[in-house]
Each structure stands twice: as C-alpha cells, then as structure tokens.
Design a protein. Structure first.
Length: 357
C-alpha cells in the first residue's frame, strides 16, 4: 500500500562571523564602527552591525543590529560574544524575537559592556588594540518548498547505494572562491590594466565582464579598451578602485565608513554592481547624522536612488529641529534650491500621512 505525506521544509539563514574592531581604544563618544553581514540564502535580509559608546564616565558600549529592506516578518536569534586573545568567550548577550517587516532596527544591546571594563582588561581582551566579537544569527526565511510525496514499500537494503555528497560540493565551491581570490591577489594571467591616477591594477576581462554589465559591454563591443587592453578610470580614487576590484573578485565588502561608503557607492552604481551599491547604501543609512545627511541626499538624488531618498526624508522628519536649523542645511538650500524644495515637499507629505493615521 502506498502512503502519502505532505512535507514543508522551513528555511533558516545562519550567519556567523568574527568582527575584529581595530584601534578600539581610540573609539570616542559619537563614533560608530560598522560591519555589513550578507545573507547566506536567497530571501534573507542583509544585516548592518554597529558599535558605539556613550558619553558617560564608564563609556557604555552599544551594539545595534539593523537590516536592509525585508519582504516578510520573521523570527530571529542573535548572539554576540566578546572573545579573548585565545578565542575564549568572556562575555555574551543573546536575544530571540519576532521582527516586523517594517522594522529597520532589529536588535539593540544598549548596555552590552563598558569601555572602561575592556580597557582595564586590555592585555586579555584588546590584544594589539583589537576587540574581537563573535556575531551569530539565525533568521527564519519561511517555507523553502512544500510538496506531497508518495512512498512505496521497498526493501531497506535498497537505500545502501545512496550517498550524500553535500560536503564534497561545498569543498569544491570553497576552493573555487579561494582560487579566484588568489588570481586577483597574485595578478596572474591578467589581460587588462585598469589605470587610476598614478596606479595600475592588473585584472581579467572575463571576470570583470561576468560581474559588471558595463565592463562586459566595454570588452565585447570593439571599444578602445578592448583593443588597447587599458582602461583609464580618472573619476575614482585608487583606494576606491582597489575596494571595487576586491568585491568583484571575492564578493566581500570591505570595512566601510561614511566617506569611503559614498565613494564606493558611486563606483558600484557606475559599473552596475547593484548588490554592492545596496550594501553601501545600507552603511550610509546607518551613518545618518546632522553633518552627513545633506551630502547623502545629494548623492541619492544624483543616482536616482528613490529608496535612499525616502530614508533621508524619514531621518530629516525625525530630526527636523536639529537639521533644518543647522548651518549646513541653510548652505544646502542656497546651493541646491530645487532639491531642498523637493525634500521639504516629501517631508510635508510624511507629516500629512502621520496625522491621518
């Protein structure tokens, strides 16, 4: 007799990383360290981790977890641990909670630790002035698949020939990623030179073209670059181009802060690396401040990034007194009158929607 079973497989996005925060002792009140953690499965949100300290005597350390735009509500577990120089856990906090789709801030550990405690134990906890945090997350991403299966009775020995090869596949994938990274670092077999200022970056047309539609068109449409095997990039800083190439070859985002996130955002948009652009945008959102919001608004407007523009409007709406009365905003209005008017209109509509709820 056959049996029928209904099966639903629930997906979980698991992430674990050790975040090494360099020059920890120089962290001042108001400073923020940012780390971006990419999803391991399709449909899971990107996480933006930030660490800061307050103005009080002991310097309370705040740890915050934000996320990029999500498509659904989900459960999420987070565990943040401080590691000593030998990798042992000396302090840990964890939380498990339901996260609504509209929540940008996922978790916030307001009193994670104090800076004074870390500094008094710096020989153990801050070797070479580096704070090591192990960050682990589990996010439910809902049903991965559902199906009805029919099982027929058969001898158990028929299963003996079945072999699980997942570990072998993972090993092959890891070795491929490692090989591509080595190809970039060793500069072997390069067939094109990217020139930026006085610096030259050997690269590979096939990899650049596979990752960027702009490079692909450049090398396949008989443009000058495909003939000379040189690409001049005068509008980027060498450090920005280096970060861009590192992402292209390794799919890893470098450590970002406000200034280099803006530069890398421009580069990612120029070469249509949309995932990288979104990651830079997430860092910019996490670094909104009275002093930065005008420049970020100009950037978002130039690149027609409506989502980033809406986030800027929301930040100005929440901090209207501080921003609209600042010297920076007054100068911004003089230099960008049309954009300032559009911004005020957007904030006005936000006020109307808030009052109508």
């Amino acid at each position: 007799m056959d049996s029928c079973f209904a099966r639903t497989h629930m997906g979980v996005d698991r992430r674990s990383t050790v975040w090494s925060i360099r020059d920890f002792s120089s962290l001042q009140p108001g400073d923020r360290k940012i780390h971006v953690l990419n999803p391991t499965t399709t449909g899971a949100p990107q996480l933006i981790l930030s660490l800061s300290c307050d103005h009080y005597d002991e310097g309370n350390i705040h740890f915050k977890v934000e996320r990029s735009s999500a498509s659904r509500d989900h459960w999420m577990y987070a565990e943040i641990s401080v590691l000593d120089g030998e990798g042992n856990v000396v302090h840990t906090d964890n939380i498990y909670d339901w996260i609504n789709v509209d929540d940008e801030t996922v978790f916030e550990f307001r009193y994670f630790l104090t800076k004074i405690r870390l500094m008094t134990q710096k020989l153990c906890l801050l070797q070479n002035d580096v704070l090591c945090l192990r960050c682990e997350f589990e996010i439910d991403i809902g049903p991965v698949w559902s199906r009805i299966e029919t099982y027929r009775q058969f001898p158990f020995q028929d299963l003996e020939g079945i072999t699980i090869v997942a570990d072998e596949v993972d090993a092959v994938c890891c070795s491929l990623k490692s090989a591509i990274k080595c190809l970039y670092e060793d500069k072997r077999f390069s067939d094109v030179i990217l020139r930026c200022g006085s610096e030259a970056f050997p690269a590979h047309k096939s990899i650049l073209g596979a990752r960027s539609p702009v490079f692909s068109a450049m090398f396949t449409n008989h443009m000058m670059e495909s003939i000379t095997n040189h690409v001049d990039i005068p509008d980027l800083l060498p450090s920005t181009l280096s970060s861009l190439l590192s992402y292209i070859y390794t799919d890893t985002v470098p450590e970002l802060h406000g200034d280099n996130a803006m530069d890398l955002y421009r580069a990612a948009d120029k070469y249509e690396l949309l995932t990288l652009r979104d990651q830079c945008s997430a860092v910019l959102k996490a670094n909104f401040s009275v002093s930065s919001v005008c420049n970020i608004l100009i950037l978002a407007h130039m690149h027609h990034d409506e989502e980033l523009i809406r986030s800027v409007h929301s930040f100005i709406f929440k901090h209207d007194d501080d921003i609209l009365n600042s010297k920076l905003w007054k100068q911004f209005k003089i230099e960008n009158p049309s954009l300032a008017t559009e911004t005020m209109e957007g904030i006005f509509y936000m006020i109307k929607r808030t009052k109508s709820k």
